[in-house]
Design a protein around this ligand. Structure first.
Ligand SMILES: [Zn+2]
Length: 204
């Protein structure tokens, strides 16, 4: 071993982050070494607080602060409450927000991917249906569901399966318009393309 295990352990941890290979990871660890001890402690503290305080919204499953219950979006009375966009994870929410979407969300927790052993039953479908049914008895029932999945094979698979699950409910089901880069990620689409995709959404 060229480096002590305290180094290699940290290098291994950084390598678990997306897009970080061994070289980048080594560089990150060595850059930390050049920082003041207080800076490293502040970094470690921020990571610890992050891991301890992030919670999921009881309504839409977007991230929220611990002990708050619903997230800022669900609590915001100015949002359009009759439109609900189903997305795979919160990264897509950030992309849709910057494209000007102002309805509600349901973070379903992934997409169907048989190769990764992810199936419909692993997604928050039951929670979605319960939420929809509850909304039908409220003053602002959900009228439209936008299936906001990535324009790739897994996204298509998930949208079709969800379409079947929602069959029979009194709602319009739409999909983001074509024009998003095929095979790409929603959160990589530029704002204008995404805005167009929301505006031009079609019944599914
Ligand atoms: Zn929420």
């Amino acid at each position: 071993m060229l480096l002590p295990s305290t180094f290699t352990d940290l290098i291994r941890e950084f390598m678990r982050l997306p897009g970080v290979g061994p070289k980048t990871s080594e560089r990150l660890v060595f850059s930390l070494l050049r920082r003041k001890k207080e800076d490293i402690h502040a970094f470690a503290r921020a990571l610890f607080i992050f891991s301890e305080s992030v919670n999921l919204c009881a309504e839409c499953f977007h991230f929220t602060d611990k002990n708050v219950g619903d997230c800022a979006i669900c609590r915001d009375s100015r949002r359009e409450r009759t439109i609900l966009c189903v997305i795979s994870d919160s990264l897509d929410l950030i992309a849709l927000e910057s494209a000007g979407y102002r309805g509600l969300y349901h973070v379903i927790g992934g997409v169907i991917n048989p190769l990764k052993n992810m199936h419909l039953k692993d997604l928050r479908v039951a929670e979605l249906i319960t939420r929809l049914k509850r909304s039908f008895d409220s003053s602002a029932p959900v009228q439209e569901i936008i299936l906001g999945f990535d324009p790739n094979y897994e996204g298509e698979l998930t949208a079709s399966a969800l379409r079947r699950e929602l069959n029979g409910l009194p709602i319009k089901i739409t999909r983001l318009a074509r024009g998003l880069p095929q095979g790409g990620d929603l959160d990589y689409a530029d704002e204008i393309t995404l805005k167009e995709a929301i505006r031009g959404r079609r019944e599914f």
